[in-house]
Design a protein around this ligand. Structure first.
Ligand code: HEM
Length: 449
């Protein structure tokens, strides 16, 4: 397709003067330049003669940038999502990027590019759009914008570094801040390069022996399909990072790895929320078996494994260490106006109000188990999904009317809306059981007639 287009481009160049008013879509160069225009050794740039020439083109060192999730380092074989941004304002945008090993900056290919949405395509240097691999005789790859991708200034795609340490790797990128007039005139071209070094081989991860896996919400050493977990240890990650910017499938699917760190429970990938050197927060896969299951952490430094016992449900209601006041662990429940339930002033800086009989309070919960219809872990909840397990909320000695469902827009979070029964004033014990299995958290809720 590219050769035909290249000839068409030359042809277009000749007749452009004649047909300048022809809509760009038909000629379509915003649908991605030919290979070798990144400004790398052996390449030209978009500003080569008869292309996007203009005052100051190409400008080096600004106007376009690449963000690397792990900074200017790479871990051999560990895929990372690269983000390219043209930082100059314009009406239309384009880019082309390449990754070359320090040992062969003109014709070497370092790793593998993979387009992850319709806004980016990967070309081989022979001009073909890369499907599986580029021809080994012409291995260099070029990530660039597609027509769909020329309307906005930011693109993401995946890069898997070489499986072994090849020393330094140079990235080269050219960016086009175009005026959108459908021609190659009046556009500003920028170039930039980055040198990545292999990450110092990360130390092997370790999972602590004492209480290695705890359920969120102070939910103890419990695990059930789809619940939220905290895994504790050492060398689990080089820095704190959460899932921000890593969702896929139109922002509905959470990542299964962050900076090369991933967790498998019962051999199934967990949804990753947060990593740090000593703690990882994940959602357990909804497909794990029951009984003893393996919990395996993988990092660029290696693997660490422990076991935990899975049950069908493991309810835990939202609370945190901050809600332990004068030796009492209060629940972090919310009134419908989002004010916390509790004695006024319970925690400085937050608003609290006791609940009175008849009030409906919202209790966020994890460990609700399987739902109807099923709710795949790591996927944003859409529609009504109710736990298969029978729920019962008691406050004091009374049973509270309660409706339970997964919280829409959340991932794996159960929402219990409970009506406060007619119980006496004061801090009342509150418990939730699912199919008779209690939280065992010993929480209190403050009631005031
Ligand atoms: C990485 C390098 C390049 C990028 C990112 C790029 C990007 C773009 C973009 C975004 C447009 C739309 C401009 C607008 O509507 O204002 C465009 C148009 C155009 N570009 Fe490029 N371009 C690159 C390299 C080149 C090169 C090397 C040539 C010449 C061989 C070229 C020739 C053209 C032409 C003739 C047009 C007008 C539309 C057309 O006839 O297809 N571009 N390009």
């Amino acid at each position: 397709m590219k050769e035909i287009k290249h000839k068409r481009l030359i042809l277009c160049g000749r007749i452009a003067a004649v047909l300048a008013v022809v809509p760009i879509l038909m000629l379509g160069h915003p649908d991605g330049p030919d290979p070798r225009n990144t400004g790398a050794p052996g390449d030209k740039t978009c500003a080569q003669a008869s292309c996007h020439v203009g005052p100051g083109n190409p400008t080096a060192g600004s106007g376009v940038e690449i963000s690397f999730p792990g900074g200017l380092t790479y871990s051999p074989g560990v895929k990372q999502t690269i983000t390219v941004r043209v930082t100059e304002s314009a009406n239309r945008f384009g880019f082309q990027a390449t990754a070359r090993p320090g040992s062969n900056l003109s014709n070497g290919q370092a790793g593998d590019f993979t387009a992850t949405d319709e806004r980016v395509q990967v070309l081989c240097e022979d001009g073909r759009v890369k499907t599986s691999a580029c021809n080994s005789a012409a291995p260099v790859q070029f990530a660039e914008q597609t027509l769909a991708g020329s309307a906005a200034n930011t693109w993401s795609f995946d890069w898997t570094p070489p499986a072994t340490d090849v020393g330094t790797i140079n990235f080269y990128v050219a960016g086009n801040a175009a005026n959108g007039n459908g021609t190659n005139a009046g556009d500003r071209i920028f170039t930039r390069s980055y040198t990545l070094t292999p990450a110092a081989s990360a130390p092997p991860p370790g999972i602590r022996a004492e209480q290695p896996v705890l359920q969120a919400f102070l939910g103890g050493q419990r695990l059930s399909p789809g619940t939220w977990l905290e895994i504790y240890g050492s060398n689990l990650a080089t820095a704190n990072k959460d899932w921000g910017g890593l969702f896929t499938e139109n922002n509905t699917k959470a990542p299964s790895s962050i900076d090369g760190v991933s967790v498998a429970i019962d051999g199934k990938p967990a949804a990753m929320y947060f990593i740090s050197p000593n703690q990882i927060n994940v959602q357990a896969p909804d497909t794990i078996g029951l009984g003893p299951v393996s919990v395996e952490v993988t990092t660029p430094g290696g693997k660490a494994t422990t076991t935990a016992t899975a049950t069908a449900v493991s309810p835990a209601m939202l609370t945190t260490p901050a809600f332990k006041v004068n030796g009492k662990q209060y629940i972090a429940a919310l009134h419908q106006d989002r004010v916390f339930v509790g004695p006024a002033g319970l925690i400085a800086g937050a608003s609290f109000r006791p609940a009175k009989p008849g009030d409906i309070v919202t209790i966020y919960t994890v460990g609700c188990g399987a739902t109807e219809p099923a709710s795949p872990s790591g996927v944003v909840v859409a529609g009504l999904r109710t736990p298969k397990a029978a729920a019962r909320v008691t406050i004091g000695q009374a049973t509270a009317q309660a409706a339970v469902a997964l919280s829409p827009g959340s991932i794996g979070l159960c929402q219990v809306n409970a009506t406060i029964p007619n119980v006496s004033n004061g801090d009342q014990p509150i418990e939730l059981t699912l199919d008779g299995s209690p939280t065992g958290q010993g929480l209190f809720i403050t009631v005031q007639q």
